[in-house]
Design a protein around this ligand. Structure first.
Ligand code: ISL
Length: 566
């Protein structure tokens, strides 16, 4: 497809710097550590590296709370280390995308320090300040300006004693929301983005960017949460001015600039209708968005920490809907994992008996959809959830707040821990497993979050020379996207939508057809496809079997294959 943008055939790799590689022995990953492992990414074949935040930060939410957008946190290194990482990434033919966290800053950002200092400070209006709700006095229970529950438990307003008013924080109290209604805020963000692009970065992954426009009337939400808290989501997600703000950003930051950039908006709760608007090239907004539908299918009525088993038919219906919705206009991103999600081989696969088979089957299913795939560090090795024994093993603010709030509300601590073990974000954040040595090759110091004991057999070094490894399966999938235009831009057709355990689809482009079939279950399965596939070339498989006779497919547990006709 001569006119397809470069990122349609690209694969992005997410690095979570804190957990990738520690060069200094302080137990925390850093930029020099990342630079020293770039050849791993090169070997895997990815095109883009997305770095989770490395900016100056009190680290209340591991860097998603930024106190200086134009400085590197000393825990990660220096600006010189960053420049070197960027140059070395470019030297290997890869691009580097930064995390952009501008729905909120840290409460220690000088902007907020000024803003909170007095009601008439020039930066007062850079954040959302409101007095106590009538008829309450500030500090009384129920005096919060709205009933919105924070993403990280408790109210999303905190009283600031200095002026006796409340500030809004959709996340932790150390993450006050910036007021995008104020044009000075927007101009400051644009200037900062241009500064990074001038330094040579190739784009941005935009944190919760669908939350930047709030309904200025700040209405209460329907009460759902603990302690009478309400769901403010309808009043701050995809708000009235969000498209205007993103179009303005595109104009002010990217228009007229030479280069090949990538913009991806992280958007909890985004609908496919809105995603089509955000990614319609004619509207000048974003290249693609991260949607959350498919990673919410195993949430029970109580949300993510009330998990239920996935019904594969729901997954097919969901991902299929997004394929259809963005077939002609817009573009999908494809992901199982990131630093906020449990490991996919533990979540939707079987990290015990069918570890290799399920990791490779899930990878096959995801990567051959139409869209840009994202690989989260360690996913290419089949890294698993961690065996957290007690709450003391956890570090994540979301998990710790949830534990405290739930136990205070009378829930059984053992049950709460069980849910955190399945769904908690620390599962994704255990150190990268480079080799079988004591700290998994992550570094010499005691890691900030314990390494998974399974690194003794599950590690990069053990997989490089094994052609059947999860690593080589990911490498092969990435190569398919690079070499077969049908993978990058072909049409998508879901097959066998009602089969409870088999995920199957077809891609086609200019007479080339690709069939993807995967058994996502630990028992043998059968299904029917068009007999035309009987003798088609096998392009990739994770198994020895892979036979089709008269259109009848017999699949081993977690078997996946790709066939091609042209
Ligand atoms: O994982 C979640 C909690 O249930 C999500 O709601 C997550 O908080 C949401 O996807 C937003 O994530 C992003 O912004 C957060 C940060 O904590 C996450 O790490 C980041 O990916 C606030 O900046």
């Amino acid at each position: 497809q001569p006119n397809a943008p470069w990122w349609t055939s690209a694969v992005v790799y997410q690095v979570y710097p804190r957990s990738f590689a520690d060069s200094t022995g302080d137990g925390i990953g850093d930029l020099v550590g990342i630079t020293s492992h770039l050849d791993h990414l090169r070997r895997l074949g990815v095109d883009v590296v997305w770095l989770s935040p490395i900016y100056l930060s009190p680290q209340a939410d591991n860097g998603y709370d930024i106190s200086d957008y134009q400085a590197v946190d000393p825990v990660f290194g220096t600006l010189e280390d960053f420049d070197r990482l960027l140059a070395e990434t470019h030297a290997r033919g890869m691009r580097l995308v930064m995390d952009l966290v501008v729905n909120h800053s840290s409460d220690e950002h000088p902007w907020f320090v000024e803003s909170r200092s007095s009601k008439d400070n020039p930066k007062r209006d850079w954040y959302w300040w409101r007095p106590a709700r009538e008829p309450f006095a500030a500090g009384e229970p129920g005096a919060e300006p709205t009933n919105w529950e924070s993403f990280f438990s408790g109210p999303s307003w905190t009283l600031d004693e200095t002026t006796g008013e409340y500030y809004l924080h959709l996340f932790d109290r150390k993450q006050p929301d910036l007021n995008w209604e104020n044009p000075e805020v927007r101009a400051a963000v644009h200037e900062m983005m241009r500064w990074w692009l001038d330094r040579g970065v190739d784009g941005f992954r935009m944190d919760v960017i669908n939350l930047i426009s709030k309904d200025p009337a700040l209405p209460d939400g329907a009460t759902t949460g603990a302690g009478g808290l309400g769901n403010g989501f309808p009043h701050y997600a995809t708000g009235p001015r969000v498209h205007e703000f993103i179009q303005e950003m595109r104009r002010e930051v990217f228009d007229g600039r030479e280069g090949a950039f990538l913009t991806v908006g992280e958007m909890p709760g985004v609908t496919w209708e809105d995603a089509r608007l955000f990614t319609d090239p004619a509207r000048g907004e974003l290249d693609m968005v991260f949607q959350f539908e498919h990673v919410s299918l195993d949430h029970g009525p109580g949300g993510k920490f009330d998990p239920k088993p996935l019904d594969l038919r729901d997954l097919k219906a969901s991902l299929g809907r997004w394929q259809t919705a963005l077939a002609d206009t817009g573009w999908n991103s494809l992901y199982w994992n990131n630093h906020d999600q449990p490991r996919v081989v533990s979540r939707f696969g079987d990290d015990d008996r069918w570890w290799r088979e399920s990791a490779t089957a899930l990878a096959t299913v995801l990567h051959l959809h139409r869209g840009t795939p994202y690989v989260y560090q360690g996913e290419e090795l089949g890294m698993t959830n961690a065996p957290f024994a007690t709450v003391d093993d956890l570090r994540d603010v979301e998990s710790l707040n949830h534990y405290r709030a739930s136990v205070e509300a009378g829930q059984d601590p053992g049950e709460v821990l069980k849910a955190l073990r399945a769904m908690g974000r620390d599962n994704a954040r255990t150190p990268m497993q480079w080799d079988a040595s004591a700290n998994a090759g992550f570094g010499d110091g005691t890691p900030w979050l314990a390494v998974n004991p399974n690194h003794e057999w599950l590690n990069a070094a053990a997989q490089y020379d094994d052609p059947r490894s999860v690593f080589h399966h990911y490498r092969a999938l990435i190569e398919l996207r690079h070499t077969l235009p049908v993978v990058a831009v072909g049409d998508f057709t879901m097959l066998l939508a009602d089969h409870p355990h088999v995920y199957a689809y077809e891609r086609s482009l200019d007479g080339t057809r690709l069939l993807v079939v995967a058994n996502l279950h630990g028992t043998e399965q059968t299904c029917e496809v068009d007999p035309v596939w009987d003798d088609a070339d096998v392009v990739l498989t994770n198994s020895e079997q892979g036979r089709i006779e008269g259109g009848r497919v017999a699949l081993r547990p977690w078997e996946a294959f790709v066939r091609r006709l042209s």
